[in-house]
Design a protein around this ligand. Structure first.
Ligand code: 3H9
Length: 697
């Protein structure tokens, strides 16, 4: 008898129960347990109808992702689903929580489906670089038709129970809160009415109606843009199309072939790594489930600029009141106005209702005095990067805020310990680095200072979750994890252009790798003055920072998108970067001035210099304990800078390239170019010597 799948009978209903926490994933034990329990149900002459239910928080959430990449143990999932569909007794699936991937496929193998109204269903395999491989691509379109099946399977988005009912994916929705009870009632009805089995594979009306339709070619054309660089969405379309062109069994074979192609693709490996990494980052070294977490019921934000406004919106979206403090009424009004405009735009796009706009605005208050922070549980300072101002603010906060309030800085580079030194409570001071636009980007880089207490660390990680961000805990150093690596890439990209590359060439190499934008398009977005000011400050501090053609841009007031000219030029109302001959000339003049003879630079050199310099820095970050694991760095880059998740993050990508290859190149550039950035990381050298990877430190 399986421990994770059991069989019992209630009246004339045979109940198959899966109990495999946390999400009833279809591990080998569950698959074989399901087959055994189904067989028991067939042999049980008292059972007229069978019911499949799950214990715990959810129905089956899919195949067991931890088994991917290991040899498959029989029975495979398609065969399990087939057994259910072949059953002579009607089988009913009772769905609560989420029926996802193989979970929904199992339910589609059942003859009837009832869902709690709170339940959701979906085929999210595409998000793991896969396609539904247990009949989902063949059975779902038989119920929903081609268009909806294509949308669901290529996006991986979930559908709520009521919509699932309208689409024919489920047969009934139950308003109660108990799936077993709802399933038993539904099953009893089927038994009493003597309803026969009803196999989805035999439903053909939609297949016949849409055979030969041009929905597939149209859908593929639309995907070209949406799924740029991705492998599996296109395979999903091929598989769904097979449902319309081939008899069921042959369609299943085609689905299998395509599924295996996806399973073996490097994109699948990258996306599965990203899936687990996203969950691992919430487990912070030194903290446990028992670490106390403070209640955060209200927050304060200092600064009503783009960043402060975006931060406040996150809290309002989560139902937490936020008070923004500004110095001048005018700036406050402007900031609140922009927040309203952002919400109104979301309402126009149908993402939220007008009522939600008002509810959220009601949660955001403005004030001109720090007294407004007396009772808040957390204050986030979001003024511009200037240590003296930040210290002044933190000293004031220390005087105003109640004991136990968390004092956070949204600084993107500055020393958290120095900021904390302005207060008498450094244990309550922490960095909370949001990424612009703060209401959109999913990353929250939480920065621990030397004295930050465990309770405060645990609280800011919990806050990240509450406001639907992915929180990553990192150590305190200039630029932390993300910007420290970005600055190395930026400096290298700038040098490549000094030496002969064009900005477009550099950007294209990065977008070809899968970034949404290149280094220079990103500089234009952030503002050319930002980097210029940092370089100037370093020069004023006596550091040896080489002159650059980008300084010239700043001096000519080409500050990026905001002045419609930076590295690229921009047309009114458009964010599309257009190469500008004036900049080519500016670069040529700069080279001449510096006595540089430009040389041909290959794309491979650009890739190596922009990426390997980051990997080398990432290794130093690990060496110094600024990041606890390589996967923390991967998540920072995926959610903060748009590194393609299908490559698993920069450190995972480096493991795929081979650390020996990377070290060789780093050593070569150290010899050729020199500089601290190319000094090989001791950890990188150690890993290569020991034949290890970042993933297996
Ligand atoms: C598939 O089905 C292929 C088939 O078509 C074909 C086969 C032939 N496996 O996210 P949470 C773990 S592909 C193993 O924090 P939530 C997760 O790692 C699969 N483990 O909770 C975490 O572990 P830990 C298609 C899994 O409530 C814990 O469960 N299905 C799996 O925020 C809790 O997860 C999917 O892609 C799994 N399938 O969200 C669904 N799923 O505690 C993927 C979760 O040790 N899963 N874990 O860190 C999800 O989307 C969310 O986990 C879910 C719950 C919505 C279910």
């Amino acid at each position: 008898m399986s421990e994770v799948v059991t069989y019992n009978r209630e009246g004339n209903i045979g109940v198959i129960t899966v109990d495999y926490p946390p999400v009833n994933a279809l591990s080998h034990s569950v698959r074989s347990g399901l087959v055994a329990a189904l067989e028991q149900g067939q042999l049980d002459s008292e059972a007229k109808v069978l019911l499949l239910v799950c214990e715990g928080r959810t129905f089956i959430a899919g195949a067991d992702i931890r088994e991917f990449g290991k040899p498959m143990q029989e029975p495979g999932l398609p065969a399990v689903v087939r057994h259910f569909e072949d059953s002579e007794k009607p089988v009913i699936a009772a769905i609560h929580g989420t029926a996802l991937g193989g979970g929904l496929e199992t339910a589609l193998g059942c003859h009837y489906r009832v869902a709690l109204s709170s339940a959701k269903v979906g085929l999210p395999e595409v998000k793991l670089g896969l396609l539904p491989g247990a009949g989902g691509t063949q059975r779902l379109p038989r119920l929903t038709g081609a268009q909806k099946a294509l949308e669901m399977i290529t996006s991986g988005e979930f559908v709520g129970a009521k919509d699932a009912l309208a689409l024919g994916i489920v047969d009934a929705v139950d308003e109660g809160g108990d799936a077993r009870a709802a399933g038993l009632v539904f099953a009893q009805k089927i038994a009493d009415e003597g309803k026969p089995v009803r196999r989805v594979r035999d439903v053909t009306d939609k297949i016949e109606a849409e055979k030969g339709s041009d929905v597939f070619s149209q859908f593929r054309a639309g995907l070209e843009k949406k799924a740029r660089g991705l492998f599996s969405p296109f395979k999903c379309v091929d598989a769904v199309e097979a449902a319309f062109n081939l008899p069921f069994d042959e369609g299943m074979k085609r689905e299998r072939e395509l599924f295996m192609e996806c399973m073996e693709s490097p994109q699948r490996a990258g996306l599965v790594h990203a899936f687990f990494a996203e969950r691992e980052v919430s487990k912070v070294k030194g903290l446990s489930k028992d670490t106390p977490v403070r209640d955060v019921k209200s927050v304060g934000v200092i600064g009503a600029g783009t960043m402060g406004g975006g931060i406040a919106m996150n809290f309002a979206n989560a139902g937490i009141p936020a008070t923004i403090v500004e110095v001048k009424q005018e700036a406050l009004d402007k900031g609140l106005g922009i927040i309203r405009k952002n919400y109104e735009n979301s309402a126009k796009k149908g993402r939220i209702t007008q009522q939600q706009v008002e509810e959220r605005m009601a949660l955001i208050n403005g004030s001109l005095t720090y007294d407004a922070f007396r009772d808040v549980d957390l204050v986030i300072e979001a003024v511009f990067e200037n240590m003296a101002i930040k210290k002044e603010i933190f000293a004031k906060l220390d005087g105003v805020c109640k004991p136990g309030a968390i004092l956070a800085s949204n600084t993107s580079t500055l020393d958290i310990d120095e900021i904390a030194s302005a207060t008498k409570r450094p244990e309550d001071v922490v960095g909370m680095h949001f990424f612009s636009p703060a209401n959109v980007m999913k990353l929250l880089e939480n920065v621990r200072g030397t004295h930050t207490s465990d309770e405060v660390k645990a609280t800011v990680m919990a806050v990240a979750k509450k406001i639907r961000k992915v929180g990553v805990m990192v150590g305190n150093c200039h630029g932390f994890v993300g910007n420290r690596m970005l600055h190395k890439r930026g400096a290298e990209a700038m040098s490549l252009v000094n030496e002969g590359a064009t900005p477009q060439q550099v950007d294209k190499v990065l977008t070809d790798l899968g970034y949404p934008m290149g280094q220079f398009a990103m500089s234009d977005l952030a503002g050319i003055d930002v980097g210029y000011r940092i370089r100037e400050e370093r020069r004023n501090a006596g550091e040896d920072v080489a002159p650059s053609w980008m300084d010239k841009l700043a001096e000519q007031n080409r500050l990026g998108q905001k002045t419609m000219a930076g590295v690229y030029k921009y047309e009114e109302g458009s964010r599309k970067p257009i190469p500008d001959p004036e900049v080519d000339q500016l670069i040529a003049d700069f080279r001449e001035e510096q006595g540089i003879t430009p040389r041909e630079i290959t794309d491979q050199e650009i890739l190596e210099r922009c990426m390997y310099v980051m990997i080398n820095e990432g290794a130093k970050i690990l060496e110094e304990g600024i990041a606890d694991r390589a996967l923390d760095i991967d998540i920072v880059w995926i959610y903060g800078y748009g590194f393609p998740a299908y490559r698993g993050g920069p450190m995972f990508w480096a493991d795929q390239i081979g650390l020996d290859t990377i070290l060789n190149a780093v050593e070569k550039y150290h010899d050729d170019i020199g500089g601290e950035q190319w000094k090989p990381s001791a950890l990188l050298k150690k890993l290569v010597a020991e034949g290890k990877t970042f993933g297996k430190l």
